[in-house]
Design a protein around this ligand. Structure first.
Ligand code: SF4
Length: 277
């Protein structure tokens, strides 16, 4: 950036270098920037929600187990039949392995996942009267349920605030330089300290939405991103609006362009129709 100034009759040109956000930042500065990022994300993704279809805690637990190495869209194609066939923990515990494998085969790793679902049903029957418990300490003892899955269940089925550190969440908070931690539990605590607890669940959804639709792993849409001014990694992907607009994904891709001040006409139809990963 250049700024012109005058001194007496001589005209000077003062060069001002602008630091990217995040450079030499104080803890308070980082917290303020994190809060701003949270507010912009809320405006950018008013539709953010848990993308796994479910109507109760058991269904969400099952869908989350199926979502390992699989898109939420594929899981949502499989679960209506599965949930109808196995409506209770007892039904999972007593399921025919071969039949269940066939039902969930499209989600991949179906043998391991069937194993987890059978054991989950049995553990719920044995230890929790067939109900999914609403405490992190209990959830993580269940087959197929790690801390990430437990936080998804708590936040979305029990209204207990939880931070879901998945691959998108990790990538984005690193790009924003909100933490240098690499262990998911440490990331969860570091990011949790920057935001009000009541916001954790929605914040997780919004970050994951942004990661799936704008800030992709390989080519983020920096030139069509509402967070450009707050992001130290601006420039990781194309900054030219026409190139960036093509990288937006999903049915709201044109709205996302508008939110970032980019002409929505630059978003091609295939970006709008593109499957969100
Ligand atoms: S500016 Fe680029 S790197 Fe930063 S959040 Fe946006 S898309 Fe991601």
């Amino acid at each position: 950036m250049t700024r012109a100034g005058t001194s007496g009759a001589r005209r000077r040109l003062t060069v001002v270098t602008s630091s990217p956000p995040g450079a030499s930042e104080t803890d308070l500065g980082r917290k303020r920037r994190a809060r701003k990022i949270g507010r912009v994300l809320a405006e950018t993704h008013p539709d953010a929600h848990c993308e796994l279809d479910h109507s109760n805690a058991l269904e969400l637990a099952v869908a989350t187990i199926l979502s390992a190495q699989c898109t939420d869209k594929k899981v949502n194609e499989v679960t209506p039949k599965l949930f109808a066939r196995y409506p209770t923990a007892a039904a999972y515990a007593g399921a025919d392995r071969g039949e269940m494998e066939e039902l969930i085969r499209p989600t991949g790793f179906y043998r391991n996942k069937t194993d987890s679902l059978l054991k989950l049903g049995q553990a719920l029957l044995d230890r929790y009267d067939g109900k999914v418990p609403g405490r992190l300490a209990d959830l993580v003892t269940l087959p197929g349920i790690g801390r990430k899955t437990a936080n998804v269940i708590l936040g979305n089925a029990f209204d207990v605030p939880g931070i879901t550190v998945d691959t998108h969440f990790q990538r984005l908070v690193h790009r924003w330089r909100l933490t240098t931690e690499t262990d998911p539990v440490k990331i969860e605590h570091a990011i949790g300290a920057l935001y009000d607890k009541r916001d954790w669940t929605m914040l997780s959804h919004r970050i994951i939405f942004h990661g799936r639709r704008v800030c992709h792993a390989r080519k983020p849409a920096c030139g069509a991103c509402t967070l450009a001014k707050l992001c130290p990694s601006y420039g990781t992907g194309p900054t030219e609006p026409a190139a960036a607009a093509k990288l937006l994904k999903g049915p709201r891709a044109r709205d996302l362009a508008v939110a970032a001040g980019v002409d929505p006409e630059l978003v091609p139809a295939q970006a709008v129709a593109a499957e969100v990963p």
